[in-house]
Design a protein around this ligand. Structure first.
Ligand code: SF4
Length: 256
């Protein structure tokens, strides 16, 4: 996960929205998968889950650790039929399947894969950065829980993702999920140089929007895609000083 690529200011082709709905969504066998976690207790709250890591992401976040999943054209490492066979053997042993990435909603085959997972009796979780709000809206009937990354206030996104307009898309996705009242956790990985005031401004904007479950996590710059990313300047406990935690039903701090 340490692919050495520099952030780009251009808009990757995978980021562009499709022009109109496709006549037919791709078959699940077309889902391009870069990895599988067979059992986890931490990726879907309260459930035993498997995690399917989807290949490709339209953004290039400076702190990204999943750099081997970013290239949408990279060869798939695990065919969906192998995932299907694995899940058929886990009926009654797993509760849920989480689609993570990369950015899972970048792939049109995601909906077919989610349908198969539901047909096998599993709950469906989704980890997303919200890059495709229109696709997310279409997927809502198939999703039980979402972990949504909100990286910053909308205008601050390009400095993190390298992609103009990415913040507006992410916050639109947040609105889609809040309006639909989908169970979710919003997460923010904190840029190393963010001050307590800046962190609190983002947290309070999320509380104003209606977010109830919020998690902030430390950035591990030693594994970051952008080698120029500096180290954290303060401990997490010190950085949380301005946040009004009581505005959230759940407020979690991960890392130091
Ligand atoms: S959205 Fe996630 S997977 Fe994509 S570059 Fe950012 S951190 Fe990496």
């Amino acid at each position: 996960m340490t692919q050495s690529v520099r952030p780009t200011q251009t808009t990757p082709a995978a980021h562009r929205q499709p022009q109109g709905a496709p006549a037919r969504a791709p078959d699940a066998d077309n889902l391009r998968i870069g990895g599988l976690t067979r059992l986890t207790t931490i990726d879907y709250p309260g459930e035993l889950a498997a995690v399917v890591f989807c290949q490709g992401c339209p953004w290039r976040c400076r702190y990204c650790h999943n750099t081997d999943l970013l290239d949408a054209r990279a060869e798939a490492r695990i065919p969906w039929p192998d995932i299907r066979a694995f899940l058929q053997q886990r009926i009654g042993l797993l509760d849920a399947v989480v689609f993570s990435g990369g950015e899972p909603t970048a792939q049109g085959a995601l909906s077919a894969a989610m349908r198969e997972v539901r047909a096998l009796g599993f709950k469906v979780g989704l980890h997303t950065g919200g890059a495709y709000p229109e696709r997310l809206r279409a997927l809502l009937p198939l999703i039980d829980w979402v972990g949504l990354d909100i990286k910053a206030l909308p205008d601050e996104y390009p400095a993190i993702t390298g992609v103009p307009g990415s913040g507006q898309r992410a916050w639109e996705s947040l609105d889609v999920l809040l309006t639909a009242q989908v169970p979710m956790e919003v997460r923010t990985t904190l840029m190393p140089d963010w001050t307590p005031e800046r962190i609190a401004t983002l947290a309070h904007a999320l509380a104003d929007a209606g977010v109830k479950e919020y998690c902030v996590q430390a950035c591990d710059s030693s594994r970051a895609w952008d080698e120029r990313l500096g180290a954290n300047v303060m401990l997490m406990s010190e950085r949380m000083g301005w946040v009004e935690r009581e505005r959230f039903a759940t407020f979690i701090v991960r890392g130091e």
